[in-house]
Design a protein around this ligand. Sequence first.
Ligand code: FAD
Length: 298
Amino acid sequence: MKIGEILKRGEFSVSFEFFPPKGEEGQRQLFKTVEDLKDLNPTFVSVTYGAGGSTRDRTREIVGQIHSRSGLNVMAHLTCIAHTPKELIEILNQYDEMGIDNILALRGDVPRDRPDFRPPRGSCRYAVQLVSLIRERFGDRFSIGVACYPEGHPESPNMDWEVKYFKEKVKAGADFAITQMFFDNSYYYEFVDLCTNNGITIPIIPGIMPITNFKQIKKFASMCGAEIPQILVARLEPVQDKPEEVAKIGIDFAINQCEDLIEKGAPGLHFYTLNKSRATLEIYRSIRNLIPLRDQSV
Ligand code: FAD
């Protein structure tokens, strides 16, 4: 099912993001998480892609396995920075044959552990070129999502720049966007307003990262330029070595965040699960009665 069409019907979207795990234990944990979350009847689930092409085969395998084993609607992330257009088309052809309908078109980052990395000749420099490539080669075969950044991408000097290049991706054919994680909803509301004022009307789904490991999320957040509000830091810092207490605070915080987003009309919620189900399950159970137009039986 094409996500763009589901959103166009005005259906509230609930989605879960996974990454391709390494090793047997990681695989076991991922598929247990998929089973646990399947009961929540997600609109779609997504599988990330290594920027340097490092997870090329694993992403495809996991996408295929989730699609065939669980029957869930899967979106494959695809980063373009390390691939030639020919390679990208090959990957997209495989997704076409597998019956995958949704692609998250991304640029990706130069891998940190490969300082000598040079993008291959003719590769796409920005995600907008991948969106154009997909539309030129595949027409409407895929629904295309793109990334956006309510607090600004670390490479964007200001929010006008951010929105200008986000709009290019929309003009090239993106159907919807998913945000980088944020912890202060006002960034999301201001960003959506700025986009609307600039003529961007595609649904912008907020990305939710429940904090269950403060040290890890602090690192992620600083890498991607997401601010953790001082009030939350003050609660988490003293208990950062007590996983249960961190999880309780992090989950409560995410519940409040989601309640506010639903109330203020966000088109959906995209959960960064880190391949674990507990936080997402607890949040979903707490907010399910607020979610519009979904199966409430779980
Ligand atoms: P772009 O849209 O190309 O933007 C990158 C930067 O370039 C921005 O600052 C933009 O303003 C600027 N820019 C764009 N076009 C131009 C232009 N023509 N001239 C000058 N500047 C320009 N990474 C992964 O490796 N794998 C994943 O699976 C993955 N999934 C993600 C999922 C989500 C929901 C999000 C929010 C991010 C994800 N990322 C992933 C991270 C992403 O790859 C990085 O943030 C990357 O740095 C930017 O990718 P992009 O697609 O947003 O790039």
